[in-house]
Design a protein around this ligand. Structure first.
Ligand code: FAD
Ligand code: NAP
Length: 342
């Protein structure tokens, strides 16, 4: 195991925030993972699991062993005429997996193209985009318990998936290292272009046949145009989750929010776009103290040179307070905060 101490993490988070880990170990297999976990246990040091760092905010140095999950490998476990089941190492790149599956005619991941990060992090927030969530193809995952090194297998029910949510953000938060994910993909090309932005793209390109390959291309095209590239403008994607409100709450908010888009959910609740509130409060495009709100996308906060998680969180807190004061809506941050006071 190659363990480093006082290790800088600036290159390992897409916000490019500067912070050091008390200890850091990149793990590529089960043996290295177990060695790293024992090392942390002996020193009573908390463990933080790191993927590609695209959904975290480093607010200060971490008194922890950061375990950088780098398990590789994609394996076909089983297939019949209709389905194929694949097992993927947690350290594989998510977008490369989407592409790999499409090249082999394994369908279902196209709408989730170009989401940054690793396969192992995908269940943590049940990644979703353009009307599809991970849970629609998820079978089970393999994990190792941080406290006692026990192997665990969690199926879809055990993961308790919700909207950008799972048990790994709640009951199993900081308790497991996900090592592999199993997905069930279709061998027949079903597509879902019900999401408005995607439907619009095909309406504007009427000559394009609607097949999984073109859905993939369309998602890549839309995302590349709309979302800032973290390598050019360091960011962590959507900084706040879209609030899901009860019908009564929605009525109350809508009275103060003329023109608010409202999206009904299957359970009767209503989802409202966090970006709309932030935009209404006048934050879009603001820059200060080396952090800011993206000019075209009010949900995306950017590191504009400060490299400070504290500055970024101070801005996020002010944004949330202004939305609360004006509309009575509480915004919840999506990325996980590490270091500082947490
Ligand atoms: P990290 O940021 O490294 O970790 C995130 C959390 O997961 C941490 O708490 C970490 O401890 C935990 N974790 C990571 N790996 C493991 C593991 N193996 N075992 C246990 N816990 C683990 N998200 C969406 O859902 N939809 C989108 O469309 C989307 N678009 C994005 C666009 C941009 C430009 C960016 C920067 C981010 C976007 N995100 C999106 C957020 C992010 O890409 C996802 O949440 C992604 O799954 C994070 O992967 P990661 O490997 O970077 O995780
Ligand atoms: P968009 O298409 O401009 O839509 C804005 C918001 O409205 C989205 O957040 C979306 O919710 C919601 N929405 C729009 N139409 C909807 C419908 N018919 N039904 C339900 N909800 C609807 O969004 P965008 O910012 O460009 O992002 C496109 C997709 O990529 C979205 O799915 C978004 O979640 C995803 N994305 C996520 C992140 C992240 O970090 N989590 C970053 C970038 C993009 P949903 O978010 O629930 O889809």
């Amino acid at each position: 195991m190659n363990l480093r101490t006082n290790y800088p993490l600036g290159d390992y988070n897409t916000l490019a925030l500067e912070a050091c880990a008390e200890a850091y170990a990149a793990v590529t297999d089960d043996g290295e993972l177990r060695e790293a976990l024992s090392w942390a246990r002996e020193r009573e040091l908390p463990v933080v699991v790191l993927g590609a760092g695209s959904n975290i905010v480093l607010a200060g140095n971490l008194r922890a062993l950061v375990i950088h999950q780098q398990f590789r490998g994609i394996e076909v476990l089983a297939s019949d005429e209709q389905w194929v089941r694949v097992r993927v190492g947690a350290g594989e790149n998510w977008h490369e997996l989407v592409r790999w599956c499409l090249e082999r005619g394994y369908y279902g991941l196209e709408n989730l193209a170009l989401i940054p990060g690793t396969v192992g992090a995908a269940p943590v927030q049940n990644i979703g985009a353009y009307g599809v969530e991970l849970q629609s193809v998820f079978v089970q995952l393999h994990a190792v318990d941080i406290a006692d090194g026990r192997d665990r297998v969690l199926d879809r029910e055990a993961c308790q998936f919700g909207y950008r949510d799972s048990i790994f953000k709640r009951g199993l938060r900081d308790k497991t290292v996900i090592t592999a994910v199993e997905l069930r993909l279709s061998l027949s090309p079903a597509v879902n272009i019900s999401y408005p932005t995607l439907a619009d793209w095909f309406a504007q390109n009427p000559e394009t046949e609607v097949i999984p390959e073109t859905v993939f291309d369309a998602v890549v095209d839309i995302r590349s145009t709309r979302l800032p590239d973290p390598t050019l403008e360091p960011n962590a994607g959507s900084f706040f989750k879209n609030p899901v409100l009860t019908p009564d709450q929605t009525r109350e908010v809508a009275e103060k929010a003329m023109g608010l888009p409202i999206y009904p959910q299957p359970d009767g609740n209503l989802k409202v776009p966090a970006a709309w509130f932030i935009d209404q409060c006048g934050w879009k495009g603001l820059r200060r103290n080396g952090v800011g709100v993206h000019d075209h996308h009010a949900l995306v906060l950017v590191n504009d040179g400060s490299n400070s998680g504290v500055e970024l969180l101070s801005l996020a807190t002010e944004i949330a307070a202004s939305v609360h004061d004006r509309f009575g809506v509480d915004l919840e941050m999506e990325p996980r905060i590490y270091g500082g006071e947490e």
